[in-house]
Write a protein that binds this ligand. Structure first.
Ligand SMILES: *[C@@H]1O[C@H](CO)[C@@H](O)[C@H](O)[C@H]1NC(C)=O
Ligand SMILES: *[C@@H]1O[C@H](CO)[C@@H](O)[C@H](O)[C@H]1NC(C)=O
Ligand SMILES: *[C@@H]1O[C@H](CO)[C@@H](O)[C@H](O)[C@H]1NC(C)=O
Ligand SMILES: *[C@@H]1O[C@H](CO)[C@@H](O)[C@H](O)[C@H]1NC(C)=O
Ligand SMILES: *[C@@H]1O[C@H](CO)[C@@H](O)[C@H](O)[C@H]1NC(C)=O
Ligand SMILES: *[C@@H]1O[C@H](CO)[C@@H](O)[C@H](O)[C@H]1NC(C)=O
Ligand SMILES: *[C@@H]1O[C@H](CO)[C@@H](O)[C@H](O)[C@H]1NC(C)=O
Ligand SMILES: *[C@@H]1O[C@H](CO)[C@@H](O)[C@H](O)[C@H]1NC(C)=O
Ligand SMILES: *[C@@H]1O[C@H](CO)[C@@H](O)[C@H](O)[C@H]1NC(C)=O
Length: 880
């Protein structure tokens, strides 16, 4: 936001010479175009070779029917080019065209959207708390669903609508911009969120929640900063302090299945002294031989001379060779007294070599031999370690080990558990093991009072200087973190507030469990830490609504600071800065314009309701933007070029979408035409057949007139007409006629079947083609089961037609003995009918003529019921 405001600021302070229009222009809103001179730069400029002036398209929706005709011509012409002004997109000219400001605001140096605009896109970062940025503007255009907060004097004003003339706003002298926000989000974003034009709250890094109202895990404070690196737990959250409560620990022993040891780089565990692998496989989890688990969980060394002692009690289970268990203290093993052969008991510091007592090595205090390796109790300043005597350093640490001298046991003893090194400060002969102090700990343990513990006890904090030592908090703190005086809780009834101890919590906090927790940053005061538990609000989010502090009231309301609530605007205002009709920021009526904060009749220059109103979203009449020169001949005024289509309404021709019923009607029409064509074709074919039959009849001495329906008609006419000169038809001729009629019927069916199969005349004509053969073969039989098959064979039609091969020769050669429908009805009455019927002979003749002899007719075809199959293969009725 800050950069955005700054860019606006710098841009506005750059003095720009406003382009004064010299050339005439056409300015169009949806529904009206006016030719004249204008200073307006808003919208997009159309140029076309067909129009001698530039055409400025004001923001709005343009469709193919938008008036006037000029717009339609320009927007549908490919020769039109558009150059959008600042803040508008260079989109392709395609209808419907939406000329709209990009999400954001454009500030014009002059009124009526004139001069070079500065566009400021919707910010993508939350508003900073910096002071508002002063700016000067003549007019302001805003995209939809956007508001800007400006301060004018001490007033905070929300602008929701474009301002055609800033000087007409109610009592506003100088403006400062404090926020630009999209109004598309519901619920509104919290202060950190940025509402996008699409209605999503965009959270800055570290924030979370649908309104960006909380910090993500590991982030703290009002700006949701990241917790310090290396923190496992941190005082996070939007009310948190960000103090590290526990650090991430590297090289934990558990990483190598180890309890009291240090993991090496190779994954090996090096046990602290006294520890070894337990029976369950965990390394350094049980006490090594010679050590026992004491009451504090440490592996302590067994008493001198004891080889193995019991966990817990330390009672010796096995004494070393030369030792016997002490009768009084069963943890101890006493050395067997050294006696000479003469019975003399050798005193401490000597041993018996058999015959006499010999002195020990100087390094031993008691011994079993002469060398320094024979010590039982080491001499002064030396301690037993693994069978030999070693000296210590000043802290009692045995040389060459991490163990510490135990004066009581005369041995080097192990450090307590979790200590990786330890010592006894200012070690001397009087030092006791109780004075032991751990110096370093296993990873993950901290040093408290000389011991390694898991966490610092209450009243102490982990010193940041070494991340190891627990250090006392200062006296006023009950608990502290990070520093001795950063109190988390306070002593003496005080309250911890931001590390300090106070007697009462500050106003933007709430008291809970002895601490003051800061309110959500949206709130001024609160009853809880959530963003919807505000009790009062700050000036940049003044509106308290359902526990939330919001930056604005709704569009038709203003914030009344006196009552601290949202109040409705006057009905004449679409947005306002205060009560009454004189505090409007924009007008609710499309026939009003803003004058000094009041909405007055616009008196736009237009002939109908669409053009006599203010341009939607701009709050100004189109006629106000354009000055039309009155009269001609005046000096200096050039006559305007003639432009057609300025005043004529859009004539739309075509392009209308067809309704479903229109499409249906058209389809039906097509089907009808097709059927007609088919009928014509069938008629022609029938005529051809009739001709052929005539020839056949002539050969048989049958009158050609008795062929087909025309023949029938003419014979009928001649039979009933008294003027008929024709010879009377003999009985034989009648029979022939009847046969012909039957055959014609058959052929009609045949053609119908062909039509069903989609066999065209061209295909039929091609001899030897698959189709012509099919037609001769089983085609008609398959297509019409009651046609040639039953008529020729005399067998009753079978439905459905069996899927079996049909032997055409068999069919054709079948004699009249079989009961034929033809012989059974008409033909059988005629004596002269030969062995084979006329139809059969005809079929045969056709076959022979087509060169398909009886052998060819013997071809076998599969008959498949037509149209019953679903697969492509089964639809083919002639598949071999
Ligand atoms: C006016 O029009 C002429 C010719 O089209 C052009 O050269 C000139 O730049 C225009 N002037 C302005 C101020 O647009
Ligand atoms: C354009 O600006 C000039 C100079 O500021 C002014 O004289 C003229 O009236 C303006 N024209 C319109 C149509 O506003
Ligand atoms: C405008 O242009 C910008 C960048 O070119 C693009 O991201 C945006 O979607 C466009 N907006 C519209 C409404 O076309
Ligand atoms: C953000 O909030 C969502 C839903 O509450 C949660 O699932 C997610 O883990 C959170 N992210 C962080 C980083 O806290
Ligand atoms: C952890 O172990 C690695 C390798 O053994 C070593 O380089 C590193 O310093 C260790 N880190 C700590 C904090 O001990
Ligand atoms: C193995 O035994 C030790 C000591 O008996 C115990 O502390 C540790 O938790 C055990 N480990 C597992 C994995 O059970
Ligand atoms: C014991 O020591 C004495 C004195 O040095 C020596 O005379 C004697 O031989 C030694 N006895 C044995 C068995 O070594
Ligand atoms: C202590 O731990 C913190 C956080 O892990 C780290 O920033 C700091 O450098 C450490 N200090 C020392 C002395 O290691
Ligand atoms: C509007 O009326 C004026 C005169 O009243 C006329 O000159 C103009 O052509 C009319 N415009 C339209 C679009 O009818």
């Amino acid at each position: 936001m800050l950069p955005t405001l700054l860019s606006i600021l710098t841009a506005l302070f750059v003095a720009r010479a406003a382009p004064i229009s010299i050339n005439s222009t056409v300015v169009c809103s949806a529904g009206q175009c006016i030719q004249g001179f204008t200073n307006t730069t808003i919208g997009t400029i159309l140029s076309s070779s067909n129009v001698p002036s530039d055409v400025i398209l004001l923001p709005g929706q343009y469709t193919s029917t938008t008036n006037p005709q000029l717009l339609h011509q320009l927007l549908t012409s490919s020769s039109t080019s558009s150059s959008p002004s600042t803040g508008f997109n260079a989109s392709a000219l395609s209808l419907p065209l939406n000329v709209a400001l990009q999400p954001g605001l454009a500030i014009y140096p002059q009124a009526l959207y004139s001069g070079q605009a500065e566009f400021s896109a919707l910010p993508t970062s939350p508003p900073s708390n910096s002071s508002p940025t002063p700016f000067s503007a003549g007019s302001i255009a805003m995209s939809s669903n956007l508001w800007i907060a400006v301060t004018a004097g001490s007033n905070r004003i929300i602008l929701w609508d474009s301002v055609p003339d800033v000087s007409q706003l109610p009592g506003i002298s100088s403006l400062s911009l404090s926020a630009v926000e999209s109004n598309a989000c519901s619920p509104q974003c919290s202060g950190a969120g940025v509402c996008s034009a699409s209605g999503q709250c965009t959270c800055p890094s570290g924030f979370n929640g649908s309104s960006c109202e909380v910090c993500a895990k590991g982030f703290f404070g009002p700006s949701c900063q990241a917790c310090p690196a290396g923190c496992t737990t941190c005082d996070d959250g939007i009310s948190g302090s960000g103090r590290c409560l526990s650090s991430t620990v590297a090289n934990l022993s558990s990483a190598c299945n180890c309890l009291n040891g240090v993991c090496g780089s190779n994954g090996q565990c090096t046990c602290n002294a006294g520890w070894t692998t337990a029976s369950n496989g965990t390394q350094c989890a049980t006490c090594a031989p010679g050590f026992f688990l004491d009451g504090n969980g440490n592996c302590a060394v067994c008493e001198l001379g004891c080889q193995q002692c019991a966990d817990g009690s330390g009672i010796c289970v096995t004494c070393k060779q030369g030792f016997t268990q002490d009768a009084n203290d069963r943890t101890k093993c006493d050395a067997v007294q050294s006696v000479t052969s003469s019975g003399t008991v050798c005193p401490d510091g000597s041993f018996s070599n058999g015959s006499t007592c010999q002195p020990c090595s100087p390094s031993c205090s008691t011994c079993s031999g002469s060398t320094s390796n024979d010590c039982i109790v080491c001499g002064n300043g030396q301690f037993s370690l693994g069978g030999s005597c070693v000296p210590t350093n000043g802290n009692g640490v045995c040389d060459g080990s991490s163990m510490v001298a135990n004066n009581n046991k005369h041995e080097c003893d192990s450090c307590p558990a979790k200590c990786t090194s330890c010592g006894i400060p200012n070690f001397n002969v009087a030092s006791t093991i109780n004075q032991l102090q751990c110096a370093t700990c296993l990873p993950g343990f901290v040093l408290s009072n000389g011991l390694c513990v898991e966490s610092c006890p209450s009243g102490t904090f982990l010193s940041p200087t070494d991340n190891l030592t627990c250090t006392a908090c200062s006296s006023q703190c009950g608990a502290c973190v990070g520093a001795a005086n950063f109190c988390l809780t306070c002593n003496g009834g005080q309250l911890a507030s931001g590390g300090q101890c106070v007697s009462s919590c500050p106003s933007n906090t709430i008291t809970s469990a002895g601490t003051c927790t800061t309110c959500h940053p949206d709130c001024a005061t609160c009853s809880g830490t959530s963003f919807n538990q505000c009790s009062s609000c700050s000036s940049n989010r003044p509106v308290l609504s359902n526990g939330r502090c919001l930056p604005t009231c709704s569009k038709t309301q203003f914030f009344d600071s006196a009552s601290g609530s949202c109040q409705s605007c006057d009905s004449s205002c679409s947005s306002c800065s205060g009560a009454g009709p004189s505090n409007c920021l924009a007008c609710s009526s499309s026939s009003s314009v803003l004058r000094g904060g009041s909405c007055v009749p616009a008196n736009c220059n237009g002939n109908d309701t669409t053009t006599a109103t203010v341009v939607p979203g701009l709050g100004v009449c189109l006629s106000e933007l354009v000055s039309v020169p009155q009269g001609s001949g005046t000096s200096g005024s050039v006559p305007l070029p003639t432009i057609t289509g300025l005043n004529s309404p859009t004539a739309v021709n075509g392009g209308r979408r067809l309704a479903w019923w229109e499409i249906l009607l058209m389809t039906l029409g097509c089907v009808f035409i097709f059927v007609c064509v088919l009928a014509l074709f069938r008629r022609r074919m029938r005529a051809k057949r009739a001709k052929r039959t005539a020839a056949f009849a002539a050969a048989k001495n049958i009158d050609a007139r008795g062929v087909g329906w025309r023949g029938k008609l003419s014979s009928l006419l001649s039979s009933i007409s008294p003027f008929s000169r024709g010879p009377r038809i003999s009985k034989e001729d009648k029979v022939a006629l009847h046969v012909e009629r039957l055959r014609n019927q058959e052929e009609e069916r045949h053609m119908a079947a062909l039509g069903e199969l989609g066999v065209g005349p061209g295909l039929l004509a091609a001899p030897g083609s698959q189709y012509s053969r099919s037609v001769r073969g089983g085609g008609s039989v398959a297509a019409d089961t009651e046609s040639l098959y039953s008529q020729v064979t005399g067998l009753p039609p079978r439905a459905p037609v069996p899927r079996k091969p049909v032997n055409m020769r068999g069919i054709l050669e079948r004699g009249p003995s079989s009961s034929s429908r033809i012989s059974g009805t008409t033909v059988s009455n005629v004596r002269s009918v030969p062995e084979t019927s006329e139809a059969q002979r005809y079929a045969k003749s056709v076959e022979e003529r087509d060169g398909l002899g009886p052998g060819g007719g013997g071809d076998t075809y599969w008959l498949v019921p037509a149209g019953t199959g679903t697969s492509q293969a089964s639809r083919n009725p002639f598949r071999k």
